[in-house]
Design a protein around this ligand. Sequence first.
Ligand SMILES: NC(=O)c1ccc[n+]([C@@H]2O[C@H](COP(=O)([O-])OP(=O)(O)OC[C@H]3O[C@@H](n4cnc5c(N)ncnc54)[C@H](O)[C@@H]3O)[C@@H](O)[C@H]2O)c1
Length: 139
Amino acid sequence: MRFLILGGDGYLGWPTAMHLAARGHEVTVFDNYLRRRIALETDSEPLVALLPLPERARRFEAETGKRIEVVLGDCCDQEHLLLTVRNAAPEVMVHYAEQPSAPYSMANQRAARLTFQNNLGATFNAIGGAGSSTRMPCR
Ligand SMILES: NC(=O)c1ccc[n+]([C@@H]2O[C@H](COP(=O)([O-])OP(=O)(O)OC[C@H]3O[C@@H](n4cnc5c(N)ncnc54)[C@H](O)[C@@H]3O)[C@@H](O)[C@H]2O)c1
């Protein structure tokens, strides 16, 4: 099957992508590195450095012979998401593209607004906006 994983660079997204690709599915991941940017801003980067997504995919292919298509983009960018959906033609779309940290979402007004706008806008575009002419800009 063809899968599109939104938030495919994340804690759940990348293992999901590898799991599905290893089983022979066609997998595209879509991510805007929001998680990495917040980690840098808040001085909470992982102990083990994470390779950029295209490099992760290259390493995975070298190890397994299986390909994972990488698209760097923001789910809040409705046109880019729609283009990616058209290109990948997924039969299944998995939506992990959110800011999931409750402590971060309560840190200050800016973080609260970013979380609210990102999560609602990304979800709106994922579940319907990408397929319609309705616009839901996140920022
Ligand atoms: N990790 C868990 O144990 C767990 C448990 C229950 C539910 N969840 C939910 O699953 C989802 C994913 O969780 P996670 O732990 O993998 O989080 P994560 O932060 O590691 O991954 C989310 C990914 O989405 C990306 N992203 C965020 N907004 C985006 C946007 N607008 N466009 C494109 N990419 C975007 C981030 O850059 C990140 O790579 C969240 O909704 C979370 O609440 C997670």
